[in-house]
Design a protein around this ligand. Structure first.
Ligand code: NAG
Ligand code: NAG
Ligand code: NAG
Ligand code: NAG
Ligand code: NAG
Length: 560
């Protein structure tokens, strides 16, 4: 059901002639679960998002590293959105050129964000196709959901090429959920009935959260972001807390929903995120960002990124359980989205992404296979969360690798300095048992950074308690809630929030975390690696990162 790859257009004359193609390496294949419902009519309304070239991106990165490095005099000196805006906003020339180009096509209905580095414009399909030569907009349908996307790569005229990073709303289909799985008892654990499921009280016991470890600070908050047509139901949260809540103080409702929270059935992912961030980050005000923007031509994840650049007051911690294969996205897009992560980090916002549920992943390339890193998990400017299971599934014990835990090395992003020593130590220590080097690039950003239990969660969805829910979608809000609790204690002491955690996390060298040293994760089922990716080891590893939080100890070392 795949379309022919048309991105190879770039190579037509024997060399790279991508002059007009901002995203020459973007996968334009239609995912198999979307059906082409035909070309849209000329008058059909589209909304495209133009990512304008920013200024001072290197300086932004330098600032981010300084405000996030506990040994820097600038540690914790976060910037306001206005300050970020004056640093990165596009030059006047960029604005003039891009605006002039749009106006010359009769496109005037445009909106921007506070940082002025995105323009979102409404136009007809005819105008869009004339503006972006090569594009041909179709309607695609999947599961009662419809989007407008181009079936072929777009180009832009030479004079605007230098002033844009990419155009959103043309290619990328809505992100897929990091396959949250619901095992049937027989498939995974034979003595199902006796198995210990993960609940708030089990998590709080394992991670040493006492009943008094709850949020107290007045202006603290945390958030989860959703990008599917998924809703959580307030009644589910109430039932969940009464079934599994135990004895800690917690909120009974979400504080704020940003976006449209419809009335449909609750989604498993949405219920899980809300129920678990509110269990570790107990008594902390919680926001839900849900499928921001509902125009059929929008990219939901990109809409969320725009929102972050358009809101001055945001929660300090965000957890996001979505991701896509790096190889399906253009380098221009991933690079720009990573810059957006820097913009958030420099403001003191912690972004946590699930590491994925396919271990090292597998990409089939002709006769060869390779591991398949996932983005945004592979961005150097976010904290990526892997997954673990209890060693003895019938008791609260030490943790081992959950074989699904996403991890590995980016093929796009270079290894950041903050992790070089930890990763190189791992590579040296386990050198003799590493998978063949042709499967991954050891010079890339390695992930995950941290982890938590990801196996056998209880979730209440549509008023029904559901067991056996697994995935790094579960571990991510659990870690997020604990970081929000640490922020809470920092705020009470008058300290700045943690912000982008990685530089500080890697300096801790595992202090305050339970090291996970057992087990390997999944990868290609071929003769060379036989389904085995990387293996956990003492200290940092690309399966469970530094390990899982021992809350009181982690709090102690992060409280100055
Ligand atoms: C950004 O916020 C302003 C003010 O609330 C609003 O008018 C504008 O539409 C927003 N921009 C986008 C792209 O949504
Ligand atoms: C989704 O379902 C509703 C009601 O069943 C229907 O009105 C709507 O057209 C459907 N949308 C798509 C894109 O199929
Ligand atoms: C955490 O819990 C474990 C197991 O209950 C216990 O041994 C330990 O003393 C607790 N506290 C800390 C700070 O590790
Ligand atoms: C819960 O949070 C509120 C502030 O939002 C605080 O006043 C209250 O004391 C907290 N509850 C507990 C048990 O700490
Ligand atoms: C994220 C959040 O809740 N921020 C609030 C902090 O307090 C200020 C002033 O009281 C509010 O305006 C923010 O919305």
């Amino acid at each position: 059901m795949y379309k022919l790859a048309t991105a190879v257009l770039c190579w037509v004359s024997g060399s790279l002639v991508c002059g007009g193609f901002l995203e020459y390496d973007q996968n334009v294949l239609v995912p198999h679960d979307w059906r082409d419902a035909g070309r849209v009519s000329a008058e059909e309304e589209l909304q495209l998002t133009f990512a304008l070239k920013q200024q001072n991106v290197e300086e932004l990165e330098d600032k981010l590293m300084k405000v996030s490095d506990p040994d820097s005099p600038l540690y914790g000196k976060h910037m306001s959105l206005e300050e970020v805006s004056s640093l990165v906003r596009p030059s006047e020339v960029t604005w003039k050129v891009v605006y002039g180009w749009l106006q010359s096509h009769g496109i005037r209905d445009c909106d921007t964000v506070l940082t002025q580095d995105f323009l979102q414009c409404t136009m007809s399909a005819k105008q869009a196709e004339e503006l972006l030569p090569g594009s041909r907009f179709h309607r695609y349908i999947s599961d009662n959901r419809s989007v407008l996307r181009s079936s072929a790569p777009y180009s832009v005229p030479d004079e605007v090429h230098l002033h844009l990073d990419f155009v959103g709303g043309v290619h990328r289909f809505p992100l897929k959920v990091q396959e949250l799985t619901q095992a049937t008892p027989h498939s995974k654990h034979s003595k199902a009935g006796l198995h210990l499921g993960v609940t708030p009280s089990i998590l709080r016991q394992r991670y040493n959260l006492s009943a008094s470890d709850v949020g107290v600070a007045a202006n603290n908050s945390q958030a989860v972001a959703q990008f599917l047509e998924q809703y959580y139901h307030p009644a589910d949260l109430t039932e969940f807390m009464s079934l599994f809540g135990g004895s800690f103080e917690h909120h009974s409702a979400v504080e704020r929903v940003v976006g449209t929270q419809g009335g449909g059935k609750a989604g498993l992912e949405a219920s899980l995120d809300v129920e678990y961030i509110m269990s570790t980050g107990a008594n902390i005000s919680t926001w839900v960002f849900t499928n921001a923007g509902r125009h059929e031509s929008q990219e939901p994840f990109l809409q969320w990124m725009l929102l972050l650049s358009n809101m001055t007051a945001l929660p300090w911690v965000h957890t996001i359980s979505y991701g896509d294969d790096e190889d399906s996205l253009s380098t221009a897009y991933m690079t720009r989205i990573s810059t957006e992560f820097m913009k958030a980090g420099v403001r003191g916002i912690s972004l946590l992404f699930a590491s994925g549920d396919s271990g090292a992943g597998c990409r089939h390339m002709g006769k060869e296979n390779a591991f398949r890193p996932s983005f945004p998990a592979s961005s150097p400017y976010v904290t990526t969360v892997g997954g673990t299971s209890f060693k003895n599934p019938f008791k609260v014990t030490e943790e081992v690798t959950d074989y699904i835990s996403g991890g590995g090395f980016s093929n796009v992003f270079k290894m950041p300095d903050y992790q070089a020593s930890a990763v190189n130590t791992y590579l040296k220590t386990v050198a003799s048992s590493l998978p063949p080097q042709s499967y991954y690039s050891t010079s890339g950003r390695a992930y995950p950074d941290i982890s938590a239990l990801s196996d056998n969660y209880w979730v209440v969805t549509n008023r029904v308690p559901i067991p056996w829910v697994s995935g790094t979608s579960a571990s991510t809000p659990v870690v997020g809630g604990m970081l929000a609790l640490i922020n809470d204690q920092r705020l009470l002491k008058g300290l700045p929030v943690l912000g982008f955690l990685n530089p500080r996390l890697y300096k801790l060298q595992g202090t305050g975390l339970y090291d996970v040293t057992d087990g390997c994760h999944l990868s290609c089922l071929d003769e060379q690696v036989q389904g085995k990716g990387f293996c956990a080891a003492p200290s940092w590893d690309p399966v469970t990162g530094w390990g899982t939080p021992n809350y009181p100890k982690l709090l102690t070392v992060l409280l100055d």
